[in-house]
Design a protein. Structure first.
Ligand SMILES: [Zn+2]
Ligand SMILES: [Zn+2]
Length: 796
């Protein structure tokens, strides 16, 4: 983020002129502060700072940020600005401070001025933030009027994005408009010196929302202490649906094996890990290990994401919480209601999304009764409406930094700054099919929606439509251009093609590459490594192990890729990993593959002659260069995972094995050949052949898994060195879902850096498909801006 200009020396003039402040007794300056400075306690902060410094003037919320006028001694103004720059309110994100001198008016006293009607909207909508320490202190104080009140909040914390229906951000345009403030709350709300000055969700037990417990039929359970009653139910092994900030959670006691098993059965979820909530960092340390300080900081941050942490061997939670996974997804309480719940006698609570398998999370009381009645025994409800459903964000520390697996609550819709201005060329990017997010640009910003999910059912598609509409409404931008993934089967693609706006297809792996380059403010040219499960290729094949030379945000060439192998059964092969194992053995050993696989997977012996015929006759066997499918094949051959019950299960379990042999440095060799069109081909079948040899020699699964990861890292380095020799490029952007793999990513980054490459990784958006909409938006905006012809390999 740009540092604000210092006050010392010339002050920036409004129309490009600069002049130095004179030495007159009283000086008046006009300051505009842009960034996320509304709804974060900025005006009371300015009020306190100005009055302490004895300065006159005013502060005012304006469409583009906050305007301040200060009058008084020059030194005092200097102190004010230094303080504003060095320690703004914790949740404010200052983008720019501009100052200009005006004539002193002889004003006395400092005021917070009422905002006039807005001509144009502020572009930065604040995200939802965890309860602050001041509010927690009040909530624990028996003499406070909000003692144990589950909706306590202030200008530094509480709901934002999830309750905002329209902008500008004030109470009437949030779902808190349902509640009329009592006189005590209003007095705080109107007092500039108060922590709740213009905190829009301000409320108390007298005037605000309330909590109650309901049974499955929707009937309120008469009780004086609904949260205490919910704790009692959870302790007794019940499953409770809990309405939170962005939607419902399904909760149970994470140490209760039967309750966890029951929740899995009811949710139809066999193996995908459940997220858990613990009281505080110390409680997290009783079950997990912090591998670095960054993990602890993330866990305790105001954004409160789910952080993946290594399990301790003696964690004492039910195995069913995260079976076959070496880590727990852990979060701390982020609403007052959570804090009160966590007073219960739990080591941890399972807090998984309130939905059935792949559907969107339930977010209204009616929807919860409708969809969760079979899943939950009890419902802990409240009457503050959630306008936009927002799942918990999921993060992991890789190569020392935060990486998103899912970017949603706490982060959305905070924008990513683009390296160029899109004014006049605003873009709506429709995103891919899996882990969909959408993106709208406005000026120099790209706004990514919350996580919308997999667009594989009608409910998800409806959530997608609502997400598109909401994002455009709060930004008041209705782009004339829509970027989309060229995959013909995606609902997001179908949506884009149905709109009257001009459509710009952006190839999937190019979009991944651009997302990483844009974040790093790197204009290209650069090498990009784009590894994932699947993306529609420019040759109508399934890509996923791609090396690009990105010329600029709109154009790239595919210069290398994994060997192409058949994917017998198409989508079915993305689930049943033995299909890919067979396809690779067939490519490596020819007709012997049938016998080999029958020995390897005797219970599926009948399937392999059939797969061989499918491949020979090219029936339902699209060709793929996917890195994800190569991981699937290796996981199947090692007996680690034969079926992906959730997205990326086999690669995740293969990675978990590799971590058990972290000191292993050997790597399988992969040859390289030139294809007909001049692209380099990585012989992934060499890797599979070497893996098969190791398995036959009874080398352990962890060592094999580590050698496999090392092979991918070394082959990638080798290709990058080839490309550097030809192009002179030494920056490598790494993007795609495979880079959520910590083992591979950290090895590869260190190999690249040792050879003098500059490796760029996503940190502001997910490397996986949740970040694709950013790349789509930037690519389309750039091609519109530069009038790049729409027929290159990237945009066609
Ligand atoms: Zn607070
Ligand atoms: Zn009140």
């Amino acid at each position: 983020m740009a540092r604000p200009p210092p006050f010392i020396g010339p002050i920036r003039g409004g129309k490009g002129k600069s002049r130095t402040i004179g030495l007159s007794m009283s000086t008046r300056i006009h300051i505009t502060v842009s960034g996320a400075v509304q709804g974060v306690g900025f005006r009371p902060f300015v009020y306190g700072l100005a009055t302490r410094a004895g300065l006159a003037g005013f502060v005012l919320n304006e469409p583009r940020g906050v305007t301040i006028e200060l009058e008084g001694p020059r030194e005092a103004i200097g102190v004010f600005l230094a303080e504003l720059e060095s320690s703004p309110p914790p949740l404010a994100r200052i983008e720019r401070i501009e100052t200009r001198e005006t004539a002193p008016l002889g004003e006395s006293g400092f005021r917070i001025r009422e905002s006039a009607a807005y001509g144009e909207r502020s572009v930065l909508v604040p995200p939802d933030l965890a309860t602050c320490s001041d509010c927690l202190r009040e909530m624990a104080d028996p003499s406070d009027r909000r003692y144990r009140y589950p909706f306590i909040n202030c200008t530094n914390c509480g709901p934002r994005y999830t309750i905002i229906q329209d902008l500008p951000y004030d109470r009437a345009k949030t779902t808190m408009a349902d509640f009329v403030m009592c006189s005590a709350c209003r007095a705080e709300y109107e007092d500039p010196a108060n922590r709740r000055f213009h905190a829009e969700p301000t409320c108390c037990p007298v005037c605000g929302p309330r909590v109650w417990l309901a049974d499955r039929a929707g009937g309120e359970v008469p009780c004086g202490a609904p949260i205490g009653e919910a704790i009692r139910c959870l302790s007794a092994g019940a499953i409770v649906a809990i309405k939170g900030l962005g939607g419902f959670h399904l909760a149970c006691d994470a140490a209760n094996t039967e309750a966890v098993a029951l929740l899995r059965a009811r949710k139809h979820r066999d193996l995908k890990p459940f997220a858990i909530m613990v009281r505080d960092a110390a409680a997290a340390e009783a079950i997990c290990r912090f591998a670095c300080d960054a993990e602890r900081r993330l866990l305790e941050s105001a954004e409160r994401p789910i952080v993946l942490l290594d399990k301790l061997p003696a964690h004492a939670l039910a195995e069913g919480v995260a079976p076959r996974s070496p880590s727990f997804g852990v979060m701390l309480p982020y609403t007052p209601l959570h804090h009160l719940l966590m007073e219960g006698p739990f080591r941890a609570l399972v807090m998984t999304s309130g939905n059935l398998s792949d559907e969107p999370i339930a977010h209204t009381n009616e929807d919860a009764f409708h969809r969760l009645a079979e899943l939950a025994d009890w419902f802990l409800l409240h009457n503050r409406r959630i306008h936009i459903r927002t799942d918990d964000s999921v993060v992991r520390v890789i190569a020392g930094q935060l990486r998103f697996l899912r970017r949603s609550r706490g982060y959305a819709p905070f924008p990513v700054k683009l390296p160029f201005d899109t004014t006049g060329n605003e873009i709506l990017a429709a995103g891919p099919e899996l882990n969909n997010t959408v993106c709208v640009t406005r000026g120099e910003y790209a706004f990514l929606s919350h996580h919308i999910g997999d667009l594989t059912n009608l409910a998800a598609y409806e959530a997608f439509l609502q997400g598109v509409e909401h994002l455009q409404n709060v930004l008041e931008v209705y782009p004339a251009t829509i970027a989309f993934d060229p995959h013909p089967g995606y609902l997001s693609t179908k949506y884009a093609r149905e709109q009257t706006a001009k459509g710009v297809p952006v190839q999937h792996h190019h979009a991944h590459a651009v997302s990483a380059l844009v974040e790093a403010n790197h204009p290209g040219p650069a090498i990009a490594v784009s590894f994932d499960g699947l993306g529609w290729g420019a040759d109508d094949l399934l890509w996923g192990g791609e090396f690009l030379v990105v010329h600029d945000y709109a154009r790239s060439d595919r210069v290398a890729h994994l060997e192409s192998v058949p994917q017998p059964g198409g989508d079915a092969a993305a689930k049943e990993t033995t299909r890919m194992a067979f396809a690779y053995l067939h490519a490596a050993f020819g007709a012997d593959a049938v016998r080999l696989c029958q020995e390897w997977f005797p219970d599926q012996a009948d399937r392999f002659p059939l797969l061989a015929r499918m491949i020979a006759r090219r029936v339902n066997c699209p060709h793929t260069t996917s890195m994800g499918r190569l991981f699937d094949a290796a996981a199947a051959l090692l007996g680690i995972c034969r079926y992906n019950t959730f997205h990326s299960q086999a690669p995740m379990e293969l990675e978990a094995q590799a971590h058990l042999a972290a000191s292993e440095q050997q790597a399988y060799d992969a040859g390289m050949v030139s294809s007909g069109d001049g692209a380099l081909v990585v012989k992934s079948t060499d890797v599979i052949r070497a893996l098969v040899n190791d398995i036959r020699r009874n080398v352990s699964a962890p060592v094999c898994a580590a050698r496999f990861h090392n092979a991918v890292a070394h082959a990638t380095l080798c290709v990058c060195e080839h490309i550097r020799k030809r192009s002179g490029l030494s920056t490598v952007a790494l993007s795609g879902g495979v880079f959520a793999n910590k083992f591979l990513t950290e090895r590869l980054v260190s190999l690249l850096e040792n050879k003098g490459f500059n490796a760029l990784l996503n940190a502001a958006v997910p490397p996986g498909d949740g970040g694709v909409s950013l790349g789509q938006a930037a690519a389309a905006a750039w091609s519109c801006k530069k009038h790049v012809p729409g027929d290159s390999s990237a945009n066609y």
